[in-house]
Ligand binder design. Structure first.
Ligand SMILES: CC(=O)Nc1cc[nH]c(=O)n1
Length: 106
């Protein structure tokens, strides 16, 4: 596995990431290969605009049905919102990965 050095987020998540309200992201198999204790550059998905760096803390597998209120809290969402969004982004995918991160401050 070659660890990724870049991650993209939808623009609508940018404010929450920069304010420290969103401290994890849930991804599928193809997007899970991040190395703990390394920094990654963060870009918007829509425009590929760089907006910050994150340090990857850990990556944990999770099944869709095991998502909890605590995951949702760390996404700054309700659990219902989180499940709806994940189903929209990754329809029909049960095996997911939680990527925990911290904002790198300059
Ligand atoms: C671009 C993209 O897939 N963004 C995602 C996907 C899942 N969670 C998230 O926070 N951002």
């Amino acid at each position: 596995m070659v660890p990724k050095s870049k991650i993209t987020f939808f623009e609508r998540f940018e404010v929450d990431i920069l304010s420290g309200k969103k401290t994890l992201t849930i991804r599928n198999e193809e997007e899970k290969d991040y190395q703990p204790n390394t920094q990654v550059n963060v870009y918007t998905y829509e425009q590929e605009r760089w907006f910050c760096r994150l340090i990857i803390l850990r990556v944990e597998p999770i099944l869709f049905e095991n998502l909890t209120i605590e995951h949702a809290r760390q996404e700054n969402m309700t659990l219902a919102e989180l499940k709806t969004i994940i189903q929209e982004i990754y329809p029909g995918i049960n095996q997911l990965y939680v990527i925990y991160y911290e904002l790198v401050t300059p």
